[in-house]
Design a protein around this ligand. Structure first.
Ligand code: HEM
Length: 255
C-alpha cells in the first residue's frame, strides 16, 4: 500500500514539475499571435501603395524617423526587422516540436485526416505545409529587409517586385502567410477560448479574414507590379515628392 501511495506521489510530483510543455505551448501561441497581429499592421503599411506613391513614401519615411529627426535613418527599420526575426525564429523553433518526425508519422496523420474527413485535421496539415514553406520565404525576405532597409519605397520596392523578378516569390509567400496566419488564429481561438464563439462562427470569421487579407494582398502586389513595369526604364531611380525633393536636393535623401 505504502509503495502505491509513494508511486502516486512521485507521479504527481513529476507531473507538476514537468510544466515545460505547457510553457512552450504558451510561448508558441503568443509568438504566433504577435506575428499574426504584426502581419495585419504590415499589410496595412505595405498596402499604402494603393493610395499612391506619396502615401507609401510617407509611411516608409515615418519608420525611418524622417519626420522626427529631419533625416532618414534606415537602420531603425533594421532594428524592427531584427526583433521580428527573433520572434519568427522562436516561433519556428517551437513549431518544429509539432512537425511529423518521420515517414510513419507523416503517413499516419494523412491517413487519419483522409479517413475522418475532419476539417480541422486537414487545416492542421495545411498549417504545417505552409509553415514549412515560410521557413525559407520569410527568412529570405527578412534578410533582405534587414540588410538593405534603404531599398524600401514606392519605386525601390516596385523595382524589386517587377524588374528584379521577385513577384512570384511574393505571390507564393502571400498565399502561404495568409493561409498559415488565418488557420493559426482560428486554432488559437479554439485552444484558448477567445473569442468564446461556436466553432462554426469562428470558421466563418477565419475564412472572412483570410479572404479579406488575400484580396488586399493581391491588389497590393498588383500595384507594385504595375508601378515596377511602368518604372522599368528608370530602374534604380528613387521616388520623392516635390516638396521633399526641394528640401533634400543637397542630401540626395529619398526612395
Ligand atoms: C519588420 C519586418 C518586415 C519589413 C520591414 C517588411 C517589409 C516589406 C515591404 C517593404 C514589402 C513590399 C515589397 C518590397 O519592398 O520588397 C513587403 C512585402 C511582403 N511581406 Fe514583408 N516585411 C517584414 C516582415 C514580414 C514578415 C515577418 C512576413 C511574413 C510572415 C512578411 C510577408 C510579406 C508579404 C507576404 C509581402 C507581399 C505583400 C503583397 O505584395 O501583398 N513580411 N514586406
Amino acid at each position: 500500500m505504502h509503495e502505491i501511495i509513494a508511486a502516486q506521489a512521485d507521479l504527481a510530483d513529476r507531473t507538476i514539475k514537468n510544466s515545460w510543455p505547457a510553457w512552450l505551448d504558451i510561448l508558441q501561441s503568443s509568438t504566433g499571435l504577435f506575428l499574426a497581429l504584426f502581419m495585419w499592421g504590415h499589410m496595412a503599411f505595405v498596402a499604402s501603395i494603393l493610395l499612391g506613391e506619396t502615401a507609401m513614401w510617407t509611411v516608409t519615411k515615418f519608420f525611418e524617423g524622417y519626420f522626427i529627426f529631419g533625416k532618414s535613418h534606415p537602420g531603425l527599420v533594421s532594428c524592427v526587422v531584427a526583433f521580428v526575426a527573433l520572434v519568427f525564429v522562436a516561433h519556428a523553433l517551437l513549431a518544429m516540436r509539432k512537425f511529423p518526425a518521420n515517414y510513419r508519422q507523416c503517413r499516419a496523420i494523412l491517413c487519419h485526416a483522409k479517413a475522418m474527413r475532419h476539417e480541422d485535421s486537414t487545416l492542421w496539415i495545411w498549417q504545417v505545409c505552409t509553415g514549412f514553406l515560410l521557413f525559407f520565404f520569410v527568412s529570405a525576405h527578412l534578410y533582405q529587409m534587414f540588410v538593405w532597409p534603404q531599398n524600401i519605397g514606392p519605386y525601390a520596392s516596385s523595382d524589386r517586385v517587377w524588374s528584379d523578378g521577385l513577384w512570384p516569390f511574393y505571390l507564393t509567400m502571400l498565399l502561404a502567410v495568409e493561409l498559415h496566419g488565418g488557420i493559426g488564429l482560428y486554432r488559437l481561438a479554439l485552444k484558448w477560448g477567445w473569442p468564446n464563439a461556436p466553432r462554426g462562427v469562428l470558421r466563418t470569421l477565419k475564412w472572412g479574414l483570410t479572404a479579406f487579407f488575400l484580396v488586399l494582398g493581391l491588389a497590393t502586389l498588383a500595384a507594385y507590379m504595375k508601378i515596377g513595369f511602368e518604372h522599368g526604364g528608370h530602374y534604380g531611380e528613387r521616388y520623392m515628392p516635390d516638396w521633399a525633393a526641394a528640401e533634400n536636393t543637397s542630401q540626395g535623401d529619398g526612395q
